[in-house]
Design a protein around this ligand. Structure first.
Ligand code: G
Ligand code: G
Ligand code: MN
Ligand code: NA
Length: 250
């Protein structure tokens, strides 16, 4: 297929780049971290979003080398930023299950010199549906490196409370579909409040995704949600803008 050939070529040619979206500490409004979000700078099609190629990259196994590049690049960049913000990297299920994942994380940390605690790996619930024992073993090996692990898009898909009990997450990212309804629907308020309380009791922190309004931010503050991410603060930005953005938002 044309896209498949194009995708393999793109990796070889270095056409991928990472944008970064700030994550803000709710109490202080300071930037506590940034999430790396991949883009494909296509010679003819322009900037291609991840939804347009990540699924195919998964399917053809290209996600493993691509994911290794993302890890290395995000750590390398983060090590140059002013201050000590964390950098969050999305891991797709196939990458999580791949044999070389722990080695790839280890080498990204070593080559960049980034403090392990500044790297956060985001995994989705789909990962939890795979072989549970293997998943647990991988999570424990990652945590032994000193990196942090977050459950992404919590509350959508096949989320289950048993995952929070069994898997050693440091953080839960509450899906933006629940944040949208804050201050407008009792249901969203109740769900976000309950997830925040639950995570507090489990010694996990919470990050709200997709925060777009001051009213949503205030509601999160009242509910004790630790971090917020969304267009209210910044959309994902090219790497070159991050050093200045870190100085401005701080
Ligand atoms: O940046 P954007 O909001 O368009 O991202 C859309 C989706 O693509 C997000 O849900 C995110 O999880 C996924 N994504 C972005 N960057 C990466 C990446 O480097 N690796 C993987 N596996 N997924 C990514
Ligand atoms: O799936 P994941 O959460 O990893 O990816 C984040 C995606 O959400 C990115 O594609 C990003 O562009 C998008 N996003 C980030 N902030 C907001 C926001 O405030 N509103 C909306 N609608 N989308 C957002
Ligand atoms: Mn994410
Ligand atoms: Na998410």
């Amino acid at each position: 297929r044309a896209l498949e050939i194009d995708l393999r070529r793109a990796l070889a040619m270095g056409e991928f780049e990472l944008f970064y979206q700030p994550i803000v500490d709710v109490a202080s409004r300071r930037v506590s971290g940034l999430e790396a979000l991949i883009r494909w700078r296509h010679p003819e099609r322009g900037l291609v979003p991840p939804d347009a190629f990540i699924p195919l990259a998964e399917e053809i196994g290209l996600i493993v080398p691509l994911g290794e590049w993302v890890l290395a690049e995000a750590c390398r960049k983060a090590a140059t930023w002013p201050g000590t913000p964390k950098v969050a990297v999305n891991l797709s299920p196939a990458q999580f299950a791949s044999r070389g994942l722990v080695d790839a994380v280890t080498s990204a940390l070593e080559l960049s010199g980034l403090t392990p605690a500044r790297l956060e790996l985001e995994i989705t619930e789909t990962v939890m549906l795979q072989d549970t024992e293997a998943t647990l073993a991988t999570l424990h090996r990652l945590k032994a490196l000193g990196v942090r692990v977050a459950m992404d898009d919590f509350g959508t898909g096949y989320s289950s409370l048993s995952y929070l009990q069994r898997f050693p997450f440091d953080k839960v990212k509450i899906d933006r579909s629940f944040i949208r309804g804050l201050e407008q629907s009792r249901q969203s308020d109740a769900i976000v409040g309950a997830v925040t309380d639950l995570c507090l009791g489990l010694d996990m922190t919470t990050t709200a995704e997709g925060v777009e309004t001051e009213a949503q931010f205030e509601a999160l503050h009242r509910k004790g949600c630790r971090e917020a991410q969304g267009y209210l603060f910044s959309k994902p930005r090219p790497a070159g803008e991050i050093p200045n953005l870190l100085k401005q938002l701080d």
